[in-house]
Ligand binder design. Sequence first.
Ligand SMILES: O=C(O)CCC(=O)C(=O)O
Ligand SMILES: [Fe+2]
Length: 289
Amino acid sequence: MSTLEAITLDQVVDTNRYPLSDLDGAEGRAVVAGARRELSDLGCTVLPDFIRRSLRDVLREEGSSLAPRAYHGTETVNVYNIPVDSDLPEDHPGRRTFQRGNAFVARDRIPGDSLIGRLYSNDRFRDFVARCFGLPRLYELADPLSGLVLNVVPPGMEHPWHFDTNEFTVSMLTREAEHGGDFEYCPGIRSAREENFTAVRDVLDGRGDRLVRRLPLRPGDLQLFKGRYALHRVSPVGGGTARHSAIFAYSERPGVVGSVARTRQLFGRVLPEHLEAEGRAVRGDRLLD
Ligand SMILES: O=C(O)CCC(=O)C(=O)O
Ligand SMILES: [Fe+2]
């Protein structure tokens, strides 16, 4: 990495607290160890004020200027992101449907020199994230639309309960809702071997409060999350302003590109890369998606 890149990272990230350039030092090791512990216990960890506090307003403004570029599709979904007309048993939680009320700004509409754009493609940042997840290394998605997105949840809308396709999710609130818009999740509600439909159904039916945790987040906090196994949502946004969050998607394998169908759902369009990659996808488990 060039000196210039290191300086830039230092200006954006609170490196006194999160020494990304010295992860083998005592403080760096302590930060990584703490994150690993929480990820192992809860599948989620938050690093408060990861972005320097002095940049909080810049981060908010950046998201606000990007938000009009979001694709707002109306879509009926279930928690597994499988077709809602699937031939599922009567009591299967996949039969419960929601309106997806959030909208994504795609990566090709986020400038590479924005705060979130620079962070996403920064090697030290990615290496830090990999260490926190206990992985040898992570790769940027090869997907030109979904690697980095801004998630926009307008007033009165929610990002309903779901599991992620990605095993590891890295996100950062950039603008909070006036009220509501809480990130809620159910740690380890399913595993690679066990879907645990009963508990999932309880949460969807409003009987799962014992399983749900709410995360207090401020703009610039970094959230690391294992969303493939933890059912999660952004609760309905109240007040007059949208909630914004940046989602940094990485993979353990290089070359990952989303499917044509999913890409069209999320962004209303596909690019040649998606058409080319169709049929090459490799999956690590047999969970519903
Ligand atoms: O915006 C958030 O905080 C959560 C987003 C999310 O769960 C997702 O994009 O899969
Ligand atoms: Fe998610």
